[in-house]
Write a protein that binds this ligand. Structure first.
Ligand SMILES: [Zn+2]
Ligand SMILES: [Zn+2]
Length: 370
């Protein structure tokens, strides 16, 4: 009996070691987290939402008011009048807002705060709203005469006019980042080239001091446009619709450039976010296609800089096709599976309250005081 028991113990320990080893094999990079689980506790303005997992219609729970603020910021709920702030009651309006969010992100539209929905909500993202003026800009059932598509525009379809196909950009606020100027210039040049490769648009960095069509800057916290940044993660950046030209990045992010992106927890790849925000500057809204550049969230430690078919169709329908365009690069299976993970980080969102058509904040930064 004793030897049997000890053999069992040995077997159990061996099995546990195999299981532990399997976990390590499945997640070889320390900065990447198991699919479907919330990201670990480095600072994240939305991490308290994880306490709301399991909430559903009829519940009352501390923190639901703040979640309503989040959903309002990204366009899923109207903003609360100052005379009647959001409450912690899980009501029908919240259920409907969550269901719309779930449809936009390819989740089961249950209207309840299931773990996969909460995991998606806490992912870093663009500050631009997903739903603008009550219209779900990510409506998965949208279609056109060319068939079903998922790319979107800002309300009214603002774009750069036909006589403006050569656009200039300038790095106007870089004192809040430690990345050197030459590196920044190279990163943004590559990011703009992704879009000029596919279209008739051309971009050039403006000479120092010259006026530019597009201005790019790093800012911390409130910076004068009503879309203050929220520190590490949460909202990462935002940009405005044509022909505003403003593109703001959260200076508090652990921005990384190139291959260093996957090396540390909380690191956000600058070039990936830049390609996304430029899409907003040119008139694209958010897409429900998870592998697309215009998907609202991006996973930390992930590099995603190649336009996907949905991005290309969207931008070419606005600006035409570059005759030299070589087409969309095939997506590698590993990239696809990684980007399908719903715990990906999202960009910050820029839905600008009171915007008048022209302002399509794209990566909305969360302003929520979490
Ligand atoms: Zn801003
Ligand atoms: Zn965005």
């Amino acid at each position: 009996m004793a030897s049997y028991a000890s053999s069992s113990l040995v077997l159990f320990v061996a099995a546990a070691m195999v299981a532990a080893a399997t976990v390590f094999v499945a997640s070889p990079v320390a900065a990447h987290f198991p699919a479907g689980l919330p990201e670990p506790p480095f600072p994240n303005p939305w991490s308290a939402f994880q306490n709301l997992s399991g909430c559903h219609m009829g519940d009352e729970r501390d923190g639901l008011a703040r979640l309503k603020g989040y959903l309002s910021h990204f366009g899923y709920l109207p903003s609360a009048p100052s005379s009647s702030p959001f409450t912690d009651a899980f009501d029908a309006d919240l259920e409907a807002a969550i269901a719309t969010y779930q449809r936009n992100f390819g989740l089961d539209a249950t209207g309840a705060l299931d773990p996969s929905t909460v995991s998606q909500m806490v992912a870093p993202r663009c500050g631009v709203a997903d739903v603008i003026n009550g219209t779900s800009s990510m409506d998965r059932n949208s279609s056109s005469s060319h068939g079903r598509h998922l790319y979107t525009y800002f309300p009214g379809g603002p774009m750069w006019p036909p006589f403006r196909r050569d656009l200039t950009y300038a790095l106007t606020a870089t004192s809040a980042t430690s990345i050197d100027r030459a590196t920044l210039s190279a990163v943004f040049a590559r990011a703009f080239a992704r879009w000029s490769d596919a279209t008739t648009l051309r971009f050039a960095e403006a000479a120092p001091g010259a006026d530019a069509d597009i201005t790019i800057g790093f800012y911390a916290g409130d910076h004068g446009d009503g879309e203050g940044f929220d520190g590490p993660l949460g909202t990462l950046a935002h940009a405005f619709s044509p022909t505003d030209g403003r593109f703001h990045l959260d200076a508090a992010e652990a921005w990384t450039v190139g291959d260093s992106a996957s090396s540390s927890s909380g690191a956000v790849d600058l070039e990936s976010v830049a390609v996304h925000e430029i899409g907003h500057l040119l008139g694209l809204g958010h897409s429900s296609v998870q592998g697309s550049i215009m998907y609202p969230t991006i996973r930390t430690g992930t590099r995603k800089v190649e336009l996907e078919t949905d991005d290309v169709q969207g931008i070419q329908s606005l600006y035409g096709t570059n005759p030299d365009f070589k087409g969309v690069a095939p997506t590698s299976p590993s990239t696809s599976s990684r980007e399908t993970d719903s715990s990906a980080a999202a960009y910050s969102r820029p839905v600008v309250s009171g915007f008048v058509g022209a302002v399509v904040a794209v990566g909305l930064l969360l302003l929520l005081p979490l």
